[in-house]
Design a protein around this ligand. Structure first.
Ligand code: HEM
Length: 194
């Protein structure tokens, strides 16, 4: 008799507390809240450690990105075998994560957008000597832009290491907000129509 309301309350509680996990909402602690890049309750320790290792070793990594008709081809290599291992497992881990519908760095507009368009980007990963080659092809015009933007963010990670870790990267498709220009436009509009 007492079991029914109890079960009902338990189910309600699970629903209320469980939802953030289901949509990946608890994954990113977000900027400035500690725990590292893309970190949070949802990101396994091994994945987080790998990302930290890559930020740490960024100056041992060489990367080239070639823009193609539908996307890009990137070649990322290192002379250090440990770094090569980290790179190869990172890409596999992230692909698996996104394939399973989980999100990454959701506070960062470029990543939020990348996840939203992920199903429209065909990605092939090939291990090569000292690293990996990734071919990304967008299935829509928007997805092509989003994929290339993602490649540029990764290049910035490689170039700047930890300095890039807290940066918010602009999305490719939403117009950039420039408060100064917005103010100019407002002044112009006010001058034109006082
Ligand atoms: C917060 C940190 C990071 C996050 C959330 C992240 C996430 C991702 C995601 C989602 C992908 C795409 C996987 C796929 O293709 O499905 C990716 C790919 C990749 N990441 Fe990371 N990453 C991070 C940091 C780094 C760092 C620090 C490096 C190197 C210094 C790096 C190097 C790469 C490379 C080489 C690829 C392959 C894609 C390409 O070459 O364009 N990532 N990462």
């Amino acid at each position: 008799m007492f079991l029914v309301p109890f079960l009902y309350r338990a189910a309600l509680l699970l629903l209320l507390t469980g939802v953030p996990f289901l949509d990946g909402g608890a994954q990113g602690r977000g900027r400035g809240q500690g725990g590292g890049p893309g970190a949070g309750m949802g990101m396994p320790e091994a994945e987080r450690e790998n990302i930290h290792g890559l930020f740490e070793a960024h100056d041992k990594i060489k990367r080239k990105v070639k823009v193609t008709k539908n996307g890009y081809v990137s070649t990322t290599t290192s002379e250090d075998p440990e770094v090569v291992k980290m790179l190869q497992s990172h890409v596999g881990q992230m692909k698996k994560r996104l394939d399973s519908g989980l999100r990454v760095r959701r506070w960062d507009p470029a990543f939020d957008e990348y996840v939203a368009h992920y199903k429209d980007i065909a990605i092939s990963i090939k291990s090569i000597k000292n690293g990996l080659r990734v071919t990304a092809m967008g299935k829509t015009d928007d997805a092509v832009k989003v994929a290339r933007n993602h490649a540029a963010v990764i290049s910035a990670f490689v170039e700047n290491g930890w300095d890039e870790h807290h940066a918010e990267h602009p999305a490719a498709l939403t117009p950039k907000k420039d408060p100064k220009n917005a103010e100019d436009t407002k002044e112009e509009a006010q001058a034109a129509q006082p």
